[in-house]
Design a protein around this ligand. Structure first.
Ligand code: FAD
Ligand code: NAP
Length: 523
């Protein structure tokens, strides 16, 4: 009886929290006199990726001249995965940074780069200074495959590989040598195997297969371009545990990969056989049908001709192999050094279950891929608690997200979910590592809608008057942190553009935090 009452109360609280946060209510608040008449509000946004920048933008829209928003970013440079994730050959996608730059230039916004939540500022520092904080620090870990040998040299997460070619300082510093060794087939091997069939896997495959001459005109980092020029990878095998009807990639991204000049596409036609449940999956999701049709077309009528690289290297004779219904079973070392990856054993799967919930089941058969010098595990990013944040702050380790209802951070109090006053979350940290840049706009809108409603109901925090409405800048500087502010970022940005222009690229990224801070930091 008691249990039933407790769960009924919990459900009621959850329903109440949800009902508080409809987008319609939020957007009507943005334009209401209440929003215009509210007290000055000081907000903090942690993380300057798309979720953080959209959250800052929506806070300005909701609270108008009363808003003051500090954006704290761990790296000296802003914009998260737009800078360190989006592929170099997708320049159009990156143009969203123009909008984000304008947000940082707003006089109501203060950018505090090189400041790490958990390390340089803690929860109590934020609670004492801000009416509300929106955590937007993304997903900085990886899902594991949990197979023997997955951590051997030559096997990397896609996150590490992407960070390496996009100049994420942490990936470049730790992994430049190992990734170069794998790319150049230092221990024999001309094959890269990518696990996962999402858009990140497609990005990685394209970067490995695309002509370096084409990449030379993008903002790919020079260290990566040099390595790709000398890469011995000639075959990229993309491996999915389920079938073609369940693959996660989008048709546009897939078509771009299938149509790369000089690349032959190979798919075993038997792997394209569709059961009625798979047909139903394709019928239910048009993008998946279009992706399926693109694959069928690419093997029935492959695009003709190969591209001669403008730098004189022949970009031809590269192969993309798509493999469905295969899971990694074991990674084994090569015979040369006995340590780095040389072969991968795959378990063959069949699909079971109804349309919409098809799952891979091992058949017991295996097959082996040899000549492997690089493995990329592209099976999803995973969020983790920010390092140094005090124990007990809510975090769902299984899903890698901060538990929330419509962006309100929830903790268990006496067994009941309760909103941590003044704490909100948006982006991949709120939803998990899914969705494109634009998804984070709707996500941030929902969260700021919750903040606006809590403001109207007097449920935000009251910052400690002794800090006189100031944010954390003075505090972190007193702790010895050299802050990179918006002007500092503008200096880094200008230097990167100038360095790029000198070699025919839109930008050459700085990859050393020390150098960035030396140029952009304030004494
Ligand atoms: P992030 O972009 O990861 O931003 C999180 C920010 O928080 C980072 O700047 C990080 O440095 C900072 N941070 C982390 N920890 C702390 C801390 N302790 N203190 C302070 N700051 C911290 N979408 C598209 O629409 N088009 C694409 O082409 C595209 N390509 C993609 C390519 C890749 C490889 C990936 C992984 C994703 C891609 N996406 C693309 C999806 C898009 O990038 C995400 O939807 C989006 O970046 C998620 O935004 P976010 O703000 O939640 O996280
Ligand atoms: P994703 O789209 O979720 O794809 C993950 C892939 O990994 C799926 O194929 C999944 O297969 C597979 N997988 C998961 N766990 C596995 C396991 N244990 N063993 C084998 N395979 C496993 O993730 P993502 O590619 O990392 O992309 C993240 C988000 O960023 C997506 O929303 C994506 O669209 C976006 N993004 C967009 C672009 C773009 O617009 N150009 C570019 C890059 C990324 P199952 O389906 O079987 O689980």
């Amino acid at each position: 009886m008691l249990r039933t009452l407790a769960s009924a109360t919990r459900d009621r609280l959850l329903r109440q929290a949800r009902s508080l946060t409809s987008t319609a209510l939020a957007s009507s608040y943005f334009n209401s006199p209440a929003a215009k008449q509210s007290d000055p509000r000081r907000f903090c946004v942690v993380g300057s990726g798309p979720a953080g920048m959209y959250a800052a933008d929506r806070l300005l829209a909701a609270f108008g001249d009363d808003a003051k928003v500090d954006v704290i970013e761990k790296l000296p440079t802003p914009f998260g995965l737009v800078r360190s994730g989006v592929a170099p050959d997708h320049a159009g996608t990156k143009s969203v940074v123009n909008r984000f730059d304008n947000i940082l230039k707003d006089p109501r916004v203060e950018y505090l780069g090189n400041v790490s939540f958990g390390e340089h500022v803690g929860l109590d520092d934020l609670f004492a200074r801000y009416s509300a904080t929106v955590l937007c620090y993304g997903a900085e870990g990886d899902k594991k495959l949990n197979v023997p040998g997955e951590d051997m040299p030559g096997s990397h997460s896609a996150r590490e590989f992407v960070g390496w070619y996009n100049g994420d300082p942490r990936c470049v510093e730790d992994l430049d040598g190992p990734i170069k060794a794998a790319l150049t087939g230092a221990h024999g091997g001309d094959t890269a195997v990518i696990f996962g069939l999402g858009n990140v896997a497609v990005d990685c495959a394209r970067m490995l297969l695309r002509s370096p001459a084409h990449l030379a005109a993008t903002d790919v980092c020079e260290h990566a371009l040099e390595a790709l020029r000398t890469s011995s990878v000639r075959r990229v095998v993309m491996v999915g545990r389920r079938g073609v009807a369940q693959a996660a990639f989008s048709p546009k991204e897939l078509r771009e990969l299938l149509n790369l000049p000089g690349v032959t596409v190979t798919v075993d036609p038997t792997e394209l056989t569709l059961a009625p449940e798979d047909e139903a999956d394709l019928a239910a999701q048009r993008p998946r049908r279009r992706a399926y049709e693109a694959i069928v077309k690419s093997i029935e009528s492959p695009p003709a001709g190969t591209e001669k690289d403008k730098d004189g290297t022949d970009g031809g004779a590269r192969e993309l192999v798509l493999k469905f219904l295969r899971s990694p079973a074991e990674f084994t070392p090569n015979e040369d050094d006995g340590v780095s990856v040389g072969a991968v054993t795959l378990g063959v799967n069949k699909l079971e279950g109804a349309s919409g919930s098809r799952r891979a089941v091992p058949t017991g058969d295996t097959e082996r891929l040899d000549r492997v010098s690089l493995v990329l595990r592209s099976v999803g990013y995973k969020g983790a608690p920010a390092k140094g944040v005090k124990a007990g702050f809510p975090f769902d380790l299984e899903r890698g997200v901060v538990p929330n209802v419509a962006g309100r951070v929830m903790e268990k109090m006496g067994g009941y979910p309760t909103h941590v006053t003044g704490m909100y979350v948006a982006g991949w940290l709120k939803r998990g590592p899914y969705g494109i840049i634009g998804t984070n706009l709707q996500c941030a809108e929902e969260t700021v809608g919750s903040i606006a409603e809590d403001a109207a109901a007097g449920r935000l925090r009251r910052p400690d008057y002794r800090f006189k409405g100031k944010g954390v800048r003075a505090l972190v500087e007193s702790r010895g942190v050299k802050v990179v502010d918006a002007e500092g970022w503008a200096r880094i940005d200008a230097a990167e553009r100038a360095a790029g222009e000198a070699i025919g690229k839109p930008r050459e990224k700085m990859v050393s935090v020390d150098e960035m801070v030396a140029l952009g930091g304030r004494d």
